[in-house]
Design a protein around this ligand. Sequence first.
Ligand code: C2E
Ligand code: CA
Ligand code: CA
Ligand code: CA
Length: 275
Amino acid sequence: AKSEPERHVCLFNVEMDQQSREKLVLINDLRQACGNGEFELVYQIQNDLQTLDPVGFEVLLRWNHPTRGRVSPGEFIPIAEETGLIREIGLWVLRTACFEATSWPEPFSIAVNVAPQQLVQPSFLEHVSDILMETRLPPERLELEVTEASIIDDQAHTLRVMHKLKKMGIRIAMDDFGTGYSSLATLQTFPFDKIKIDRSFVQDVHKDQQRAAIVRSTLLLGAALNIPVLAEGVEMEDELTFLRAENCSAVQGFYFGKPMRRDQLHEVFAKPDRK
Ligand code: C2E
Ligand code: CA
Ligand code: CA
Ligand code: CA
């Protein structure tokens, strides 16, 4: 009877070992992925909600692993952040996306996710300005998406960086709004040009009273602070109708399109009904 708990401990350790070994392998693979050309960017359309015209794209990272196939960002982005690899990867995303966006017709802008470690990196501003020079992308067409996690670490520093980005003409969006802790204070302190309501509140918003209340108050808040609000993860016509009636500014989600490869984008640009 005495040996029972020990056997459990033993099994547990073996399992943990296997898990951390797998993780180490993944970290190693991730380290080489950039140089091996295993990363790919996809683009998801964003539409103005009054005109329904497409106005821009958010760029999303994909990893085509040589043996595992596609690894989802939900799996590898946290590892890239833990290991600091996100700085190199994020820079590649920014440069590649800006370069891609220079070939898009006029009103289309590009939104790029920026991880917390990128924003606090001393060389971040220099990298961004170099990339704008290299690619000749007008800064007005670049939007950086930051989450609340980017802000809580060193508020004073983050605020300085954000003001400098704004001075360069770049727009800044608050991503995943509503999922953090200090959203209201944050909106007052930091110079955001856009609020993105998280998908978890948008899903079924037309039939869920609580989500409807959260979305409505976010829209009121945006109106009061004069910050346009984009709703993420719109999948259904009913959600869209609700958001439109409540004067939401813009939308993004599978209803309008799944993330697309670069060679599919011309279909959007070629639409004759585009204003
Ligand atoms: P996010 O920034 O909130 O991006 C939106 C995610 O929601 C994307 O997932 C997108 O494919 C998904 N989505 C959009 N519309 C719908 C919809 O109608 N229904 C559903 N079910 N999902 C929808 P994805 O591409 O898997 O990315 C997940 C997260 O990984 C992103 O969340 C972002 O936090 C992170 N990520 C992706 N690319 C990058 C990157 O280049 N840099 C950094 N730092 N993070 C990235
Ligand atoms: Ca985002
Ligand atoms: Ca988001
Ligand atoms: Ca999200």
